[in-house]
Design a binder for this molecule. Structure first.
Ligand SMILES: [Zn+2]
Length: 400
């Protein structure tokens, strides 16, 4: 039984790959032939994505009221929902602007509660402008530039940008299929260029650099994450989580990919032998993801702090997936707004000896907590307001 099952899944994979290759060849032939028969004028025009200019954006969101109305239309399509008890039985709370009171739990709430906007004093139309800039900048935007655009401090802009990057990572988990390219890369400064007191003295090459691993389907969907190692269990573990069994995987000849053929149709291109394409197998799609990421690193941000690297990567992959420039700008902005719920990133006030925040937050994805588990400056709170990785004042005292 198992044998026939694996054979049928292999047949399915071959059928899939064959149809993709055939499709590619037909499209190529069509592109070549059509001008001879019809002339350039008859060539089918590529649909152009509608671009939203800054001026149009300002007309859309001139003030906080317009921004609240826009966000409520996306986050509460059937009217206000209480973030505490999920009740729709609410009424507007007249003494506080943009607030509602729940008739069930008698608590007040606004559109910000339970989202990345919670406990922020920055007006929502400025948040939307920041989201627009992050989505439309091909390689991202630095916090310094963002602070100048929004008229806020660089510190606020940095934190705001990371909250938006957290929303970028809140998109639906993708399972890639068909032909999928996988590759890993190191990003970071050279040891030789570092100041003497910053050198790690552990050799050269990949020392002190961050390791990224990404997969890209031929439908251009990208899944990327920061990994600790290039060994087979790490890389193949990520591949098995993100790629449908029976799909075709194209990689280079790195040893960490050996053994993939047990689950996938696996083909390697020997980059070490200066070979870049072997029939359907190549990693050119994923190389263009690295090109974008590295240009963002060198040209825009200049440095990714190791503990926040995944957030920068979230922004980069969002611009390649839901935020792709092939889509209308309005749709890209809407996709980002769809991810704002359930993310709460707070700056830990421990070092300033402030009491823990009294306001409670409602929903939070555990996955964000894992991102910051080694970072003491950030706290992710659960629905009771209990931080998942907070250093309590007692633990700080005991460590001293
Ligand atoms: Zn309620």
């Amino acid at each position: 039984m198992a044998k026939s099952g694996s054979r049928s899944s292999q047949n399915e994979a071959f059928r899939l790959i064959f149809s993709e290759i055939l499709d590619l060849r037909i499209r190529r032939a069509f592109r070549r032939e059509t001008p001879f028969f019809y002339g350039d004028a008859a060539m089918p025009k590529k649909p152009q994505a509608k671009v939203l200019s800054v001026r149009e954006l300002m007309q859309m969101f001139p003030d906080e009221d317009a921004a609240v109305k826009y966000l409520a239309g996306i986050l509460w399509p059937n009217g206000p929902v209480c973030p505490r008890c999920q009740s729709q039985n609410t009424h507007p709370y007249t003494s506080k602007k943009h607030f509602h009171r729940c008739n069930g739990c008698r608590k007040d709430f606004s559109i910000r509660i339970g989202t990345i906007f919670e406990c922020s004093h920055i007006p929502l139309h400025k948040w939307l402008y920041a989201m627009y800039l992050i989505v439309t900048s091909r390689k991202g935007i630095s916090s310094l530039q963002l602070s100048k655009e929004l008229g806020i401090t660089q510190k606020s802009a940095w934190f705001l940008e990371h909250r938006i990057h957290a929303a970028c990572g809140n998109q639906k988990t993708k399972i890639l299929s068909g032909i999928v390219e996988a590759d890993e890369t190191f990003v970071g400064g050279k040891e030789g260029n570092k100041h003497e007191n910053k050198k790690l003295h552990q050799g050269r090459g990949t020392v002190g650099k961050t390791l990224f691993f990404a997969m890209r389907g031929r439908n251009e969907q990208v899944v990327a994450q920061v990994v600790d190692s290039t060994d087979a269990p790490t890389l193949q573990g990520v591949i098995k989580k993100s790629v449908a069994p029976g799909s075709a995987i194209a990689t280079d000849d790195h040893g960490g990919y050996k053994g993939l053929s047990a689950v996938f149709v696996h083909k390697t291109v020997r980059h070490s032998a200066k070979k870049w394409v072997d029939d359907w197998a190549h990693t050119n799609g994923i190389e263009s993801v690295w090109a974008l990421l590295k240009r963002a690193f060198y040209g825009i941000f200049h440095n990714f702090s190791k503990k926040h690297t995944q957030l920068y990567l979230n922004g980069c992959t969002f611009r390649l997936n839901e935020g792709n420039c092939k889509y209308d700008t309005v749709d890209r902005l809407r996709a980002l707004v769809n991810g704002v719920q359930g993310k709460r990133l707070t700056q830990n006030a421990d070092e300033r000896q402030l009491p823990p925040p009294k306001s409670l937050t409602y929903t939070c994805l555990v996955s964000v907590a894992s991102l910051f588990s080694d970072n003491e400056n950030f706290v992710v709170q659960d629905h009771k307001g209990v931080p998942s990785n907070v250093r309590t004042s007692s633990s700080v005292a005991s460590s001293k």
